[in-house]
Design a protein. Sequence first.
Length: 70
Amino acid sequence: MMELKLSREPLQNNPNCAYCGKVFNKQGVNLQLKVNRKTINFPICQSCFDLVPLFEATVNLDNGYARINR
């Protein structure tokens, strides 16, 4: 089973933007993916969310790793 959450609130402690690395702010968006008891967060800051039209990510479910493709 897979669960997706989309939130304006950070879903982890002190997250950085998965795209640019800046500190996540309240205007950003956070996508959280849960699969087989593994949690992968994609916090996106407001600047990146406003400027980037499409985000694509590579997810490795074996080790819970995710990377946003540039």
